[in-house]
Design a binder for this molecule. Sequence first.
Ligand code: FPP
Length: 261
Amino acid sequence: MSLQDLLTWAPAGSREASLAREVDFDRLPMHVAVIMDGNGRWAARRHLPRAEGHRAGIDSVRDVVEASARLGIRVLTLYAFSVENWKRPPAEVSVLMGLLKKYLWLELERLHDNDIRLQVIGCEDRLPADVRRELDAGRERTRGNRGMLFNIALNYGGRAEIVEAARRAIENAVRPSDLDEGRFAELLYTAGQPDPDLLIRTSGEMRVSNFLLWQIAYSEIWVTDTLWPDFRARHLLEAIVSYQKRDRRYGGITQPVAAGG
Ligand code: FPP
């Protein structure tokens, strides 16, 4: 996307418009991953049930997915449900699954129109059958799209992913001498995708919470106090502007953030 396109989309005089002028479109992060956190606190501050925080979080998902695609981000990964989230009360788990299903049902055509390809990372076996059906329909509908890849992390755990990849290596009889980092990465859910350049976490917590443990080895981390239901495109732009000011060293010498990561 060009600055001109972005300015057409961002309201004149808005924070989005002024941030857009700061973004270098030739050096966008290729892959942005987000730990969406703070839905419960958002609800508690308003004396609302936690479910309302999750419901409000859907508006943020919609805004961030669309803004990322417009900007030209190649891959967006949202952490929607972790392997640990099953420990929450069944009623809350059920609200989250219901919201996910509703989101997919309501947004699928919009995702498709925006040339977005949907993919799931995580172990889908344990997800309710109706959610799996909706995910299948989403993947099938968007299979041929060539715009942004949208990964939804569902029943996802970074350690579980690594263990599963190790199992697959053994099952496929990969010879130890053939197993290097590149080969191992091809056994992960994110095979073929670039690693996240930018990891965003909302609600001020300084943790990675078992998210993309292998893939975030060299990601730049940006944490905001903003709670997920308040997170919008302008926060994404803030994160990108901050990312573009960093030096990525990969354990070596200073390198300014390069084109595509
Ligand atoms: C963290 O807030 C948020 C989650 C565990 C779920 C995020 C899920 C959604 C926004 C809905 C479905 C997603 C998609 C992609 C359609 P928290 O409940 O841990 O908040 P707290 O730390 O303040 O309690």
